[in-house]
Design a binder for this molecule. Structure first.
Ligand code: 4NP
Length: 155
């Protein structure tokens, strides 16, 4: 079983979106029993909360249900538990590297490094922005999820 963890700052916008989208992709490809999928935040402000209503509404507009998810903070045990720890932006990446036990840093990647032909390397934080930021997050997350699934299938 391969295990992937999606990580952003609050675990209420980008990483729950990635978890929900990637879960659907894995299900559609018949791989849902072969890949463990989870998400977490580097920050603790929203622990226990469901995803942001705007993230849930944007995801629902494309058929993804995020409503059962609850935010949690990254735990040091996550580094041993997951094969890939996928950061939404550089700050998340750097924060994860600072928390990571020695010898496990190669598990941490920028999620968009799996997006074929992506012109940017970070999923922009939509929390304080206009509503269409959540659709942009979905576009990027769907691209990278496709690439991630290809990567896992090949390895
Ligand atoms: P996320 O978005 O990291 O994609 O979940 C944010 C959610 C909450 C905050 C910042 C970003 N916040 O400052 O509370």
């Amino acid at each position: 079983m391969t295990s992937v963890l999606f990580v952003c700052l609050g675990n209420i916008c980008r990483s729950p979106t990635a978890e929900g989208v990637f879960r659907e992709f894995a299900r559609a490809e018949g791989l849902i029993d072969d890949i463990a999928i989870d998400s977490a935040g580097t920050g603790a402000w929203h622990v226990g909360e469901p995803p942001d209503q705007r993230a849930q509404a944007a995801a629902a507009s494309r058929g993804y249900d995020l409503s059962a998810q609850r935010a949690r903070q990254v735990d040091p045990a996550d580094f041993a538990r997951h094969d890939l720890i996928l950061a939404m932006d550089r700050t998340n990446f750097d924060d994860l590297c600072a928390l990571c036990p020695p010898g496990m840093q190669d598990r941490i990647r920028l999620f968009l490094s799996f997006a074929p032909g992506a012109e940017i390397e970070e999923v922009p934080d939509p929390y304080y922005g206009a509503g269409d930021g959540f659709q942009r997050v979905l576009d990027l997350v769907e691209d990278a999820s496709r690439g991630l699934l290809e990567h896992l299938r090949a390895s």
